[in-house]
Design a protein around this ligand. Structure first.
Ligand code: CP
Length: 307
């Protein structure tokens, strides 16, 4: 594939190739010489119109470990602040010879438009409430490395599904890879038809306590207060009481089950510190795996040494 815009861009074979390549890339991180020459002479542009810590830094680390030249572009402080359009910005980057553009944008669909305007590969690093496919890949990688497989796993994705690009991409990718997903949260935050529309076989449950004893993975989502009005979210305390993962709830999980969160977390709302910092939590591991997975994505999209 030329671009990575959606979890739906990956069939099972391609997704497994990315995960296997990421496992090879992870061995580079353990070596004395951490760099590979695979993308020497190629240019990767990180084009971020929205804030990010993990995704932006890990794409930068990934590109540098593959010896690519990296240009970090933040909308703040650029000519975007003077009103320059996404298209004109894209054409400017194109003129500077970008081989890949990694884009985060508040508008759902912006990476798809960008892909029409530039010759290089476009990677969606999160577009509005739509998709975040490399997050889904690093989540799948983390599940596979902790639990040994993806096929047949039962994954609960819990919380603010409505505003979550992480949830969307995970539902698409996990169903492709044979996992079963149950979406859990208040009815106001789970759109009526989202489960069936994204992937047939995806369930919805409004009772977290009923789901916990039956899952291999519980993935907590950040409550995105900045994207919602009061109608969605009457009270933080009530939300935490019904849908927050605390110590007693964590102890209802099967012994082997893991707890995930894409970050950034609202500690004390969707997850308590006791759970986030427990041995079951893979939150820090997810961040580390993100570098290997993004190395694999850039390597495969840009053809590695085969140009
Ligand atoms: N998980 C994630 O996308 O985090 P950032 O917003 O920090 O990139």
């Amino acid at each position: 594939i030329r671009h990575l815009l959606s979890g739906a861009d990956l069939d099972a074979g391609t997704a497994t190739l990315v995960l296997d390549t990421a496992a090879e890339m992870a061995t580079v991180a353990g070596r004395e010489v951490k760099k590979l020459p695979a993308l020497r002479g190629r240019t990767v542009v990180n084009l971020f119109y929205e804030d990010s810590t993990r995704t932006r830094i890990s794409f930068e680390a990934a590109a540098k470990r593959l010896s690519a030249d990296v240009i970090n572009f933040s909308a703040k402080g650029s000519s975007v602040a003077k009103g320059e359009s996404l298209k004109d910005t894209a054409l400017t980057l194109q003129a500077m010879g970008a081989d890949a553009v990694v884009v985060r944008h508040p508008a759902s669909g912006a990476p798809h438009r960008l892909a029409e305007w530039v010759d290089g590969s476009v990677v969606n690093a999160g577009d509005g409430t739509h998709e975040h496919p490399t997050q889904a890949l690093l989540d799948a990688y983390t599940m596979r490395s902790r639990l040994g497989r993806l096929d047949g796993l039962h994954v609960a994705i819990v919380g603010d599904v409505l505003h979550s690009r992480v949830a969307r991409s995970n539902v698409l990718l996990l169903s492709t890879l044979g996992a079963k997903v149950t979406l859990v949260g208040p009815p106001t935050l789970i759109p009526v038809d989202i489960a069936a529309a994204l992937a047939p076989g995806t369930d919805v449950c409004y009772d977290l306590d009923a789901v916990l004893p039956d899952v291999d993975v519980v993935m907590m989502l950040r409550v995105q207060r900045e994207r919602m009005g009061d109608s969605y979210f009457p009270s933080a305390r009530e939300y935490a009481r019904r849908y927050g993962l605390d110590g007693p709830r964590m102890r209802r999980l099967p012994g082997h089950a893991i707890v995930m969160h894409p970050g950034p977390m609202n500690r004390g709302m969707e997850i308590t510190p006791e759970v986030a910092d427990s041995p079951r939590s893979t939150i820090v591991e997810q961040v580390a795996n993100g570098v290997s997975v993004r190395m694999a994505v850039l390597y495969l999209l840009l053809g590695g040494n085969n140009r």
